[in-house]
Design a protein. Structure first.
Length: 128
């Protein structure tokens, strides 16, 4: 859901993510959360996964990668910055490679009242 006109998003960091998010899903998984505090949800469309995290207060979340089924994924990560409350337009885009065989979760720092989104695309060949 977008709460503004399209012109408010045009040219902004993260606008390409909004274009990539599908309107239908093949699978949804709740990865972590505590009611009233934070949530981390993964949704799959075809081979791509989209992960969203949001929180009430500043916190670190550990996203388990077991849902990737042992495959490697190229990820683009959009996160809030430390000054999100005063400068909400600054959202860095971080490329990463995630290994679904890893027992180590992906750790993200979330700003108070903020969150993060990830777009994960399977690596060609699928395994590392």
């Amino acid at each position: 859901m977008l709460s503004d006109t399209p012109s408010a998003y045009r040219g902004e960091p993260g606008a390409e993510f909004l274009k990539a998010v599908p309107s239908t899903w093949d699978e949804t998984r709740v990865l972590d959360g505590k009611i009233g505090e934070y949530v981390v949800i993964a949704r799959r469309h075809g081979g791509d996964w989209f992960v969203g995290a949001m929180t009430d207060g500043a916190r670190k979340v550990a996203i388990p990668l077991g849902f990737l089924g042992g495959r490697a994924y190229d990820a683009t990560i959009w996160t809030d910055t430390r000054d999100t409350a005063t400068n909400p337009a600054r959202r860095p885009v971080l490329p990463a490679r995630l290994d679904g065989k890893s027992s180590r979760p992906l750790e993200l720092g979330l700003a108070a009242g903020g969150g993060a989104v990830l777009h994960l695309r399977p690596v060609v060949g699928g395994k590392k």
